[in-house]
Design a binder for this molecule. Structure first.
Ligand code: SF4
Length: 353
């Protein structure tokens, strides 16, 4: 892996890159390692649905690391330069270090990242970095212990997550991004404290508009705090300066504190959709490829893989999927118009955010 490659090179277009129906290249593959999680965040895995008897994927239904590596290497041959490991909670996979080593060895991968809730990160950070992981993104919705506990489904330990962040920093897994889903009336009143905590640390907080992912979180538009409103609230405390996106397809709108205390970002899928440059595909833990976070269907890659498909056949399948891709859900979203007939969307816990 070419670690010193600049951000704009990470997503540099190659002439043979496969492009979708809207001309977007495939640059970013998100790989879900498993569908299990040690949290029960209400907007993703509500406890009521994902209770003790819930049937998660069995081992033989999960892609093996060898199968993940094969799909990833084919995807890289089609233009992917950025791989992100997700879940469920990817650090529940005890062999993740070995997979990271193999993925890091793939020529053409310029950025290997992992998204985690941070609970298991503390004791693993150094080994992940040594295996070749570049950086981590931690999902952390509040520093208010009570709100944090509620938003993790009574499963999270805030101190353990903060220790995970510190361990990642010591291990050099930087820049560390902190993803905070902001829900009106739930945690929006604790955002300023969270920003205050990370100012001057070099960690980048990204404030994410609450989204209608999956089918189980009871999403309503009035629970969304538009980024523009949030930006106004932050500016009341600290002047900010816009600094533009670091590469095409970057989801966050980036700002820096005028006083030099670092960077924050706003991910505004609801009020400022960014489908136009979306270069992301998502692979579920059981081998289904989705071309949008809000997809209603995907393509099973596990079957052809287990039926002996070689790299060329897999490349053909992936190219055909991507060439036909025309997803732009966020641009077409009709907030508030509850359509009881809408086909069900893939659940976020199956593909990661
Ligand atoms: S809604 Fe779908 S197409 Fe649009 S940015 Fe998100 S993942 Fe990409």
């Amino acid at each position: 892996m070419d670690t010193q490659i600049a951000a704009d090179t990470v997503n540099a277009d190659r002439p043979d890159d496969v492009r979708d129906a809207l001309g977007r290249p495939l640059h970013d593959l998100r790989i879900s390692l498993l569908d299990r999680c040690n949290f029960r965040c209400p907007y993703c895995m509500p406890e009521t649905e994902f209770h003790a008897d819930f049937q998660f994927l069995r081992k033989n239904q999960l892609l093996s690391h060898g199968e993940i590596l094969k799909i990833a290497s084919v995807a890289v041959s089609l233009g992917v330069t950025k791989l992100r490991l997700t879940g469920g909670e990817p650090l529940l996979d005890k062999q993740v270090g070995g997979l990271i080593e193999s993925l890091a060895a793939l020529k053409g991968v310029h950025d290997l990242a992992l998204t985690t809730n941070g609970m298991l990160l503390g004791p693993k950070a150094t080994a992940l970095a040594e295996a070749g992981l570049n950086r981590v993104t931690i999902s952390l919705d509040s520093l208010d212990a009570e709100i944090f506990r509620l938003m993790s489904g009574n499963r999270g330990n805030l101190d353990q997550v903060l220790e995970g962040i510190a361990a990642a920093e010591r291990a050099g897994l930087a820049p560390i991004k902190i993803n905070t889903v902001v829900q009106r009336g739930v945690n929006d009143h604790t955002v300023i404290d969270l920003l205050e905590h990370f100012r001057g640390t070099g960690h980048i907080v990204r404030l994410i508009e609450y989204m209608d992912v999956g089918n189980r979180n009871g999403w309503k538009m009035d629970q969304v705090v538009p980024s523009l409103e949030l930006l106004g609230r932050v500016q009341e405390h600290w002047p900010l300066r816009a600094i533009g996106r670091s590469y095409p397809g970057e989801v966050a709108r980036r700002y820096e504190y005028v006083d030099g205390a670092g960077e924050i970002g706003f991910i505004s899928s609801v009020t400022e959709p960014f489908c136009g440059a979306c270069s992301r595909a998502r692979l579920s833990a059981d081998g289904v490829l989705y071309t949008c976070l809000f997809a209603t269907s995907g393509t099973n890659l596990r079957e052809p893989l287990r039926n002996g498909a070689d790299d060329a056949e897999l490349a053909d399948i992936l190219s055909r999927i991507w060439l036909q891709r025309a997803d732009r859900y966020s641009e077409l979203r009709t907030p508030g118009v509850a359509d009881g007939h809408a086909p069900s969307k893939v659940e976020m816990y199956r593909i990661g955010g």
